[in-house]
Design a binder for this molecule. Structure first.
Ligand SMILES: [Zn+2]
Length: 378
């Protein structure tokens, strides 16, 4: 597929500019970025520039399922060392999303110097969201990163039902991030439907229900899991462009999506990643079976998952031809993204969006004597 013609890009930018002025009037400008201007630059975080290389830049995996057992968390640290030794890459920090309850958070900070962070989660929301506004406040005080929930893989989940509003409203008020909420499941287009979601009407119903939540709660800061599952075709990617352009507090993570992106034109995808670099965060689904399924079957132990990370790194950083990951029946070429885009995806966006990350990286010495800015808005 060819790169979009210039006229296409221009009209999309015009649309973006129009949206920006409309949103600015409503005080909703948030983290929206136009024409590559880095909003972080103004708040200071981007000034913490050291000449990072691929070897030295911190990489933050914002989407893992590492559970709450100390033995497993110790293994994550072993994996970090193995990745450093074998791939010369620094996985600085991991965010655990559940399903488990967070472990003792003080003990965790002591053991891992903040390299492992945790979220609270709700994976069965059919019966309503699990945490009351007061409980959210308490968990935030204890230092969790945010709240992960799963609005839809089961049929009939109605995330925009009014009973959920007090929880979302509380999250807006206290600035609790919606960490990797998982909306619907991968649904291909005609002839390429998936085993996960064969019914497009239900897929779009769930997508629109989620959009209703975004409309109603414009201050809610979200990092949707899996590129919001709008990444199985060029048309879906256009819809994701619409979502990111319309909702300035919406961001997406990359967990497990490299396994599905073979259906999107490489030039289109590469242009998308560069244009929305401020809104995309590195994540993998590590410790689930969906990190890189073909490799996870061979390498189920956490400490052995170096080749899985290598697959993600090569997809983002090189133009190598890579197997697609679920059954390896497709091939795709890596995106060879520019270094400044990789920095945003690997750590700068996470520093801006989540609590505790900027402070932790600073304490760990990633910025030398320079002072990274506090995360904005939290
Ligand atoms: Zn996940």
């Amino acid at each position: 597929m060819k790169t979009l013609p210039q006229t296409g890009s221009t009209s999309r930018r015009d649309f973006l500019t129009t949206s920006v002025s409309a949103l600015a009037g409503l005080g909703m400008i948030g983290a929206l970025n136009t024409d590559g201007a880095d909003p972080v630059a103004k708040s200071g975080a981007a000034k913490t520039k050291r000449p990072f290389t691929l070897e030295t830049m911190p990489r933050i995996d914002v989407h893992t399922h590492i559970g709450n057992a100390w033995k497993t968390l110790d293994e994550v640290m072993e994996l970090r060392t193995a990745v450093q030794e074998q791939l010369h890459a620094d996985l600085a920090l991991f965010i655990g999303l559940g399903r488990a309850e967070p472990p003792d958070l003080d003990e965790m900070r002591k053991r891992y110097q903040g390299r492992i962070q945790f979220c609270i989660s709700d994976f069965t929301i059919k019966d309503g969201l699990r945490f009351s506004p007061q409980e959210l406040v308490e968990w935030q005080k204890r230092g969790v990163m945010g709240f992960k929930f799963y609005p839809g893989w089961q049929r009939g989940v109605q995330i925009d039902q009014p009973a959920n509003d007090p929880t979302f409203y509380a999250m807006e008020q206290i600035g609790m991030v919606a960490t990797s909420p998982h909306v619907s499941n991968p649904c291909g287009t005609f002839g390429k439907r998936t085993e996960w979601f064969a019914e497009p009407v239900e897929f779009w119903r769930q997508q629109h229900a989620w959009e209703n939540v975004l409309k109603k709660h414009p201050q809610l800061v979200i990092v949707n899991a899996h590129m919001l599952w709008l990444c199985l075709s060029d048309e879906q990617l256009d819809y994701l462009r619409y979502m990111l352009t319309t909702y300035p507090n919406l961001n997406v993570d990359l967990a497990t999506v490299p396994n599905f992106l073979h259906g999107v034109g490489r030039d289109n995808l590469r242009e998308f990643m560069i244009e929305y670099a401020d809104r995309i965060l590195f994540g993998t689904d590590m410790a689930s079976q969906w990190f890189v399924p073909t490799l996870d079957k061979k390498l189920p132990n956490i400490r052995d998952k170096v080749p899985q990370y290598q697959r993600y790194f090569e997809f983002l950083e090189t133009d190598k031809e890579l197997p697609s990951g679920i059954k390896d029946e497709f091939k795709m070429r890596g995106l060879s993204l520019p270094l400044d885009v990789l920095e945003k995806i690997y750590f700068r966006n996470a520093m801006r969006i989540y609590p505790h990350i900027a402070d932790t990286l600073k304490k760990l010495g990633y910025f030398g004597k320079e002072q990274p800015a506090k995360t904005a808005g939290h």
